[in-house]
Design a binder for this molecule. Structure first.
Ligand SMILES: [Fe+2]
Ligand SMILES: [Fe+2]
Length: 285
């Protein structure tokens, strides 16, 4: 099994075969890493790619973030959300475009989770609500990577889930010897994502494992479960896990709060239903 895991790691980490990552996204990552680069420089770089800018603005104005006004420029988006969020949005827009076309259910599950996470963050007044949404949007990125890079394995996973009536993560452990949270963590590190996004990706199925960003991880864990329970999208299996005690305690939840969150998430998901990242040529301002 260890040989298999190493082989998977090699395939996943081979950035040359990540067709979904345009050079510009890596350039943004490098600029964002460099303390000396200014917000203006990053804004200029993103704005130089019209399609990417349109997609990033579309995500910023999407139901995930719930801004009341319209954010119309990349500079404003950077000021509102910060460099790290915009960088991960640029990344997610590239990767999710593929998902949107190929694994619609997973795309819906991911953006549903972002909406739920944003609702949770606002309701519980958690800091960094936008980053929590972004972490939720990316939480199952490992599954997208399996689908993109190991398509045969992905199809086999779907069959195992159906045959054995087990969860996707159990099937991954069985077939690959490694789960999507770990695969997501590998890729997030390659993309130089900040630790506050990496931890929720790596620990959303085991909140206790998170060390620094427990609250963000707990919020993403809960968002994932709420979206699965609501039947919105399809993450690969139909099993709704229990909310882990570590998450429940960390978020200071109670039955009443949870009920309100479920209600508000449901309302917002109706708005989100028709959201698509597809950018009509010439139609996006
Ligand atoms: Fe997951
Ligand atoms: Fe999920």
């Amino acid at each position: 099994m260890e040989i298999k895991v190493n082989e998977i790691k090699r395939i996943v980490q081979d950035t040359k075969s990540l067709p979904t990552l345009p050079g510009i996204v890596l350039k943004i990552s490098k600029l964002a890493e460099d303390d000396k680069s200014s917000v203006n420089e990053i804004a200029k770089l993103i704005s130089s790619d019209h399609i990417l800018s349109a997609k990033v603005l579309k995500l910023v104005n999407s139901p995930f973030y719930g801004f009341s006004g319209r954010v119309s420029t990349i500079s404003n988006a950077l000021i509102l959300l910060g460099v790290n969020v915009i960088r991960s949005l640029a990344l997610s827009s590239s990767i999710f475009e593929i998902m949107e076309k190929s694994v619609v259910g997973l795309w819906e599950h991911s953006f549903g989770s972002a909406v739920a996470a944003n609702t949770i963050a606002k309701k519980l007044q958690l800091p960094d609500a936008e980053e929590i949404s972004t972490a939720a949007l990316l939480h199952d990125i490992g599954k997208a990577i399996i689908k993109i890079k190991l398509e045969d394995d992905y199809n086999q996973l779907i069959s195992i889930v159906k045959e054995k009536d087990i969860s996707m993560i159990e099937a991954e452990q069985e077939l690959l010897g490694v789960g999507h949270p770990e695969i997501g963590e590998w890729i997030a590190k390659i993309w130089f994502l900040p630790e506050k996004l990496i931890e929720p990706i790596a620990c959303h199925h085991n909140v206790k494992k998170s060390i620094i960003h427990k609250t963000k991880t707990a919020a993403v864990h809960l968002a994932d479960i709420l979206v699965k329970a609501s039947g919105f999208g399809f993450s690969g299996d139909d099993i709704v896990p229990r909310i882990q005690t570590a998450a429940w305690d960390n978020l200071g939840l109670n039955e009443k709060l949870l009920e309100e969150i479920v209600q508000e998430t449901g309302d917002r998901l109706i708005d989100a239903k028709n959201f698509s990242l597809e950018v009509q040529t010439g139609g996006e301002k």
